[in-house]
Unconditional design. Sequence first.
Length: 251
Amino acid sequence: MTDPVTLWRAHADDAVLLDGFHALKHALRFGAEVPVAVTADRRAALALAEELAPDLRDALDGLLAEVPERTYASLVARPHPTAVAALAVRPSREAGLRVLARVPRHAPVVVLDNPRNLGNAGAVIRLAAGFGATGVVTTGTLDPWHPTVVRGGAGLHFATVVERLTVEELPPGPLFALDPEGEDIRGTKLPDDAVLAFGSERSGLSAELRARADHLLALPMRPQVSSYNLATSVAMTLYHWSATAGAPRSV
Ligand SMILES: C[S@@+](CC[C@H](N)C(=O)[O-])C[C@H]1O[C@@H](n2cnc3c(N)ncnc32)[C@H](O)[C@@H]1O
């Protein structure tokens, strides 16, 4: 059996870091391929599995290799309170693009138009996973697979498609762009094949995305408040979709 540190070094350059027990739990639940997982305290990690993820107890028992605390700390930038870390194979871009292009679609695609904040992007991926959205597409320079985004997404990048595209490459479907100047969202039923676009934290929707939008929708907001946070806007919009048309698939 190859020792875990050698395995880690072999995969580290192109794999996705799963930082902490919960990220590993989510990734495994949604079918991630995990070639190596380490912990500084196997007993504690398996006790957590027993308590929070009995469905994965056996898989984690077979997967988790105990390494000395110092070795664990040398593999991650910031040790996690659960002292668990793993590497997962990043899903193929081709497969992701095929899912995004497929119609009819059973749940919307979320587009973040040139997002700037890595934590917001992670929170949106977590929301998209929770609502069973088809995927999250970002435009612009932010890498939606950046380790900080993956950390914010709690391992749920494996539960939805996550890709970066240009505005011209956006998936098919009616494009609903969210903007405080739009029509009140409460008068609109969002279809399952909707593409839901949100602007950048700093400057809102780009001119290019606005030009492509079929509808401009606003979330209710009292006068004198300028805007909501990006991730909370996505949360309200996905909730509106789920309440008026779709629903998280497992509910
Ligand atoms: C922090 S806001 C952007 C604020 C930016 N200064 C602007 O000029 O729009 C980020 C994104 O969240 C969405 N958003 C925030 N508040 C909204 C609202 N009341 N209605 C619709 N979308 C909203 C929009 O997509 C917006 O581009």
